[in-house]
Write a protein that binds this ligand. Structure first.
Ligand SMILES: Nc1ncnc2c1ncn2[C@@H]1O[C@H](COP(=O)(O)OP(=O)(O)OP(=O)(O)O)[C@@H](O)[C@H]1O
Length: 584
């Protein structure tokens, strides 16, 4: 129950609703327990008339009529109470579910990129949906049924003992067996349900990967292999489902069997007592009703216990994420004005998940408004540099200064707001092109969107689509080519008009002519802005104020284009090679 203590704050938040709900639950159960007593009185009245104890038939009829009216009234009132009980308790559990999901979602927003690399998307989704649903069962049904059970049992048991202690003992004899067996049965059901859910996840993941990679599957003509894999997996899932159904099928028969046994005991022991003249026949009818009323709450003890166990396990999983301290936190509350000068001082970076040292003791300065081009072989650490500037990761050693202030002392939101980042592998949302570009500036006007698109040399492509800027992208819409995606992503970054622009190898999928156009537009747009251009092409780097060449996380060359083409080394070789390719 330790993990569930985390939720006490929600109990406090909704205490009045819950208390009222519990009060109504108690009232409705007290009323329900009146019915067996009325039945006893009615049956006894008939018996008394037959044995001659009561002689006036009109009196008996009047008693029966009152009793019938009472039962109808109590049942109707019970219905109203049950409605309100569910309204208050179950609705509260839904409100808490909503709050908890929001809390987890907000935490997800704060967690750093590293966290997302270490945890699978499916797991993140499961904790916010499946696990929260299980925790909700603890707030709603578990609490409601526990109160139900306590009231029914305490009051019902007291009433029974008062009427006939001996018959009570015999009647309740099978109840502990019922409760313990349901407990074990519920545990088995839970275990098997978890297995079934795991198979469901496996099937979903299998299909998701299959649909995402449909191009590869079709071009390699391996549909049959995929179908066989799916068949095997669904066969296993079917077996597990059958296992679960078998054990679930035991639940109700077991309850009916034990109710039956209790009823037989009431009839046998009660019958003997009646023959011996110890009780009236109405008591037997009353006890049979008690057995039926009390069986469900007793059976539910086992069920509720397993719900609470599951909720505890789920809340523990949720707490792991909720209590996870983000690696990158914004500890600065005051605003930081970002101008754009950037210094790397003895910066090293080792990724803790792979233990790869991507950057080794880097030193360089980019003045505000300057353009720095970063070149180097693949895996040399180019993207790692810009990841550090956006503070997606923190340095392992050394310091980065933004306008002479250590990056950790800058307000993270202000810093990121002043960065227009075009990643290597651009991601576009399944929304209109317009909204994808506006993502960089929510309140952008149509004119601004078009200007950004023109500067990214994507405008002409967009207007060719039937719906122009309103064209939906993604699963249900148009699929853009790699180069179109890159250019849309560039438009998204420049519309933001930030102080720092980062282009991470984002012209790799466009032809050299379009690259020329974009670069000349970018030169204009990025005037007075600090710009980072990561590329494998000299053409993208040649106009930069500074160029650095990386190899294995270290700077092996730096200078301007004119300086570097005269020096023997990586840059000159690349330049000559690409010049040759152009001529050919
Ligand atoms: N998020 C990460 N977690 C762990 N290791 C990483 C991460 N990102 C990069 N690396 C590793 O760090 C090294 C440098 O990668 P980086 O992406 O910075 O290189 P790059 O020069 O940008 O490469 P490319 O030109 O192929 O994009 C590589 O060995 C890579 O495997």
């Amino acid at each position: 129950m330790k993990a569930l203590q985390y939720l006490n704050k929600y109990f406090l938040k909704y205490k009045w609703r819950l208390l009222l709900g519990l009060f109504i639950t108690v009232l409705s159960k007290l009323l329900a327990l009146k019915i067996p007593e009325i039945i006893r009185n009615s049956v006894n009245a008939v018996e008394d008339y037959q044995t001659g104890k009561l002689t006036d038939l009109a009196d008996v009829k009047e008693t029966l009529l009152y009793n019938i009216l009472f039962i109808v009234g109590v049942t109707l009132l019970g219905g109203v109470f049950t409605f309100w009980m569910r309204q208050l308790i179950i609705v509260t559990s839904r409100l808490i579910e909503f709050d908890l999901k929001n809390e987890i979602y907000q935490q997800y927003q704060k967690l750093s990129l590293n966290f997302y690399k270490k945890n699978r998307t499916g797991d993140l989704m499961n904790r916010i949906s499946e696990d929260v649903s299980k925790v909700r069962m603890y707030f709603g049904p578990a609490i409601m049924y526990t109160v139900n059970m306590i009231v029914l049992f305490v009051v019902g048991f007291t009433q029974m003992i008062q009427i006939d202690p001996k018959l009570t003992m015999y009647t309740l004899l099978p109840f502990p067996i019922l409760s313990v067996s349901i407990f074990y049965l519920s545990r088995q059901i839970n275990k098997k349900t978890t297995i079934v859910q795991q198979y469901l996840s496996k099937l979903t993941t299998f299909n998701q990967e299959f649909f995402s990679g449909i191009n590869v599957v079709k071009s390699y003509a391996i549909e049959n292999v995929v179908i066989d894999g799916f068949d095997d997996l669904s066969d296993e899932a079917k077996e597990k489902n059958i296992d679960l159904s078998k054990i679930q099928a035991l639940f109700f028969p077991l309850m009916v069997l034990l109710i039956g046994i209790s009823n037989i005991i009431v009839l046998y022991v009660g019958g003997q007592q009646y023959i011996a003249g110890e009780i009236q026949i109405g008591v037997i009818a009353e006890f049979i009703l008690y057995v039926n009323i009390l069986t469900w709450p007793v059976a539910i003890v086992g069920w509720v216990t397993s719900i609470i166990q599951q909720a505890e396990a789920s809340q523990q999983r949720i707490n792991e994420f909720l209590q996870h301290v983000p690696d990158i936190e914004n500890k600065v509350t005051h605003p930081t004005k970002i101008k754009g000068k950037i210094d790397f001082k003895n910066v090293s970076l080792t990724y803790d998940d792979t233990n790869i040292t991507a950057l080794k003791n880097l030193n360089f300065t980019v003045e505000k408004g300057e353009t720095l081009a970063i070149l180097g072989n693949t895996g040399s650490g180019k993207s790692s540099i810009v990841n550090l500037i956006s503070r997606l990761y923190d340095t392992t050693e050394g310091t980065i200064l933004i306008d002479n202030i250590p990056i950790k002392e800058c307000n993270l939101n202000d810093l990121r707001n002043q960065i227009g980042f075009v990643p290597q592998d651009p991601f576009l949302f399944s929304d209109t092109i317009e909204n994808n570009i506006k993502f960089g500036k929510e309140d952008a006007t149509e004119e601004e969107i078009i200007t950004a698109a023109k500067n990214a040399v994507i405008h002409d492509n967009i207007i060719e689509f039937k719906d122009g800027y309103k064209t939906i992208l993604g699963e249900r819409g148009v699929t853009l080519s790699g180069g179109q995606k890159q250019r849309t992503s560039i438009a998204r970054a420049i519309i933001k008009n930030p102080e720092i622009l980062i282009f991470d190898d984002c012209l790799s999928a466009v032809d050299t002519e379009t690259e020329e156009k974009i670069l000349s537009n970018l030169e204009r747009v990025s005037k007075n802005k600090t710009t980072f251009i990561i590329s494998h092409r000299v053409s993208s780097a040649k106009n930069a104020d500074k160029i650095i060449v990386l190899d294995d996380g270290k700077i092996i060359q730096q200078g301007t284009h004119n300086q570097l083409i005269t020096l023997k080394g990586y840059y000159k070789e690349l330049y000559e090679q690409q010049l040759l390719e152009k001529e050919i």
